[in-house]
Design a protein around this ligand. Structure first.
Ligand code: NAI
Length: 315
């Protein structure tokens, strides 16, 4: 019988993990305190997998039916943990709730299962404090939508065993994700620190009237973003001169000059938020229908990029 993985919480992220683990051939148990959520999750996963199969984008070597047969719902946590090699927590982003879930799991898990959280920003030292099985605990932070954006940030608690990190890294690779090791916990981990640095400067540029909201977004979607889908900022430096040493020599002083002109942390309120709100709503009105349609378009774009990336010759 295939090895099993348990997902605790079957909302948006739990469902995505379920599809990814099933694509890797793992048996998946979906647990939730709301039975209706499990029912909805199973229905949505079936619909999504069929569509993915029709468009040739289903991950893994198994058919949609074969993958679907690996996923089952479970409403008894004691039964759910039995036989699981990896437990991925996906309950709402609330420290008290997550701590309660981990305390409960801590009391019933064996010594060889990995206990992992999907949290976007809660620190492992807060989440796993005082757990008996802390050596087996780790944060594995996915990026939405995880089926198309493979990055997973692995963030250990100071007492997490190196073997837990290695096992989780190998598991993520096995299901086709791209894990990175965050060596020490830090607020925002790495992805959100980078994202907030970009958002922050974008906001200031619009606030100071230097560029319009739509042109600001174009700088990323038709400029920097194209490059960043394939190489990161450090390799960009390396390639944009005769290596990184030459880049720092040539551009170090001018980068420092520009960086010194950066302003303070924006308030994200007042006239600027109104200006950006208006511009965004002209492009995509913020009612559920328009937002859902635009998200669907975004996911199709991401799926195409994922396909392209998998076809590019590796160097
Ligand atoms: P969600 O609200 O869609 O789903 C949460 C699920 O947890 C619901 O089905 C709820 O019934 C269930 N739940 C609540 N209490 C529970 C309990 N005690 N035991 C078991 N299940 C319980 O939330 P979503 O968006 O899936 O987020 C889950 C986690 O993933 C959060 O920590 C979030 O920060 C993280 N995350 C979310 C991303 C996103 O874009 N939505 C991206 C990356 C991480």
């Amino acid at each position: 019988m295939a090895t099993s993985v348990l997902l605790v919480g079957s909302g948006l992220i739990g469902r995505s993990w379920a599809m990814l683990f099933a694509s890797g051939g793992f048996r998946v148990k979906l647990f939730d305190t709301e039975q209706q959520q499990i029912t909805n999750a199973l229905e949505n996963i079936r619909k999504d997998m069929k569509l993915l199969e029709q468009s040739g984008s289903l991950k893994g070597s198994l058919s949609a039916e074969q993958q679907l047969s690996l996923i089952t719902g479970c409403s008894n946590i004691q039964e759910a943990v039995e036989g699981a090699i990896h437990i991925q927590e996906c309950v709402p982003e609330d420290l008290a709730l997550k701590k309660k879930v981990f305390a409960q799991l801590d009391g019933i898990i064996s010594d060889d299962v990995v206990l992992s959280s999907s949290t976007s920003c809660l620190l492992p030292s807060q989440l796993f404090a005082g757990l008996v099985h802390v050596k087996q605990c780790i944060v594995a932070h996915p990026v939405n939508p995880p089926y198309y954006v493979p990055l997973v940030e692995l963030v250990p608690h100071p007492e997490t065993a190196p073997a837990t990190v290695d096992r989780t890294h190998a598991l993520m690779q096995k299901i086709g994700q791209s894990p990175v090791r965050v060596l020490r916990e830090v607020d925002g981990f790495v992805l959100n620190r980078l994202q907030y640095a970009v958002i922050s400067e974008a906001w200031r540029l619009v606030q100071e009237g230097i560029v319009s909201p739509n042109d600001l977004d174009l700088v990323m979607s038709h400029g920097l973003g194209l490059r960043y889908a394939f190489i990161g900022p450090l390799e960009t430096m390396h390639l944009n001169a005769e290596g990184i040493l030459s880049y720092c020599n040539r551009y170090g002083e001018s980068m420092k000059h520009v960086l010194k002109t950066f302003g303070p942390i924006p308030e994200f309120s007042g006239a600027t938020v109104e200006k950006i709100h208006q511009a965004m709503c002209v492009k995509v009105p913020d009612d559920p229908e328009h937002l859902a349609a635009r998200r669907q378009w975004r996911d199709q774009c991401l799926m195409s990029i994922a396909k392209l990336k998998s076809q590019m010759p590796s160097q």
